[in-house]
Write a protein that binds this ligand. Structure first.
Ligand code: UDP
Ligand code: MG
Length: 141
């Protein structure tokens, strides 16, 4: 089990003024923020990041949305970070997300669902590398 995961505060949440509130959730859930930056994703970046979903009916809408305005990308550290963060954010569809989860409280729809979370250690590593250079990440050394 790795202790790293990758998160995005998606454009809907940034636009709705929820960045600070979601930051609070991240910290109170015990994650250490190793890296964070506000970006405006290009369409090409969104398409690359979500390449695994290419061909699915929601792919165009998703990549348009993710490149539509600012989002916050984060590298997070905690024991069993991938599953801990998925638990903190809740199910993809906010209607199915458990009470107290970020998506339950901040998502507006299944597409505009406030946050991203990696689904495996392997993808967490890839996703962090997609948006952060090594020098942008804090280390304990
Ligand atoms: N998505 C969507 N419609 C769907 C499934 C997914 O718009 O039916 C969007 C949603 O923003 C989701 C993202 O595509 O967060 C990636 O989908 P995935 O199944 O990987 O969900 P996640 O891992 O984000 O929970
Ligand atoms: Mg996913």
């Amino acid at each position: 089990m790795s202790n790293l995961t990758f998160a995005i505060i998606k454009p809907d949440a940034v636009k709705n003024g929820n960045t600070g509130k979601i930051y609070d959730r991240i910290i109170s859930a015990g994650f250490k923020i190793l890296g964070a930056k506000l970006i405006r994703m290009t369409l090409a970046q969104a398409q690359g990041f979500y390449a695994i979903h290419e061909g699915k009916p929601f792919y165009d809408e998703l990549t348009d949305f993710m490149s539509s305005s600012q989002s916050m990308v984060l590298a997070l550290e905690k024991d069993n970070a991938v599953s801990a963060w998925r638990e903190t954010i809740g199910a993809t569809n906010p209607e199915e997300a458990a009470e107290g989860t970020i998506r339950r409280d901040f998502a507006t729809s299944i597409g505009e669902n406030a946050v991203h979370g990696s689904d495996s250690d392997e993808n967490a590593k890839k996703e962090i590398g997609f948006f952060f250079s090594k020098s942008e990440l804090i280390t304990n050394q």
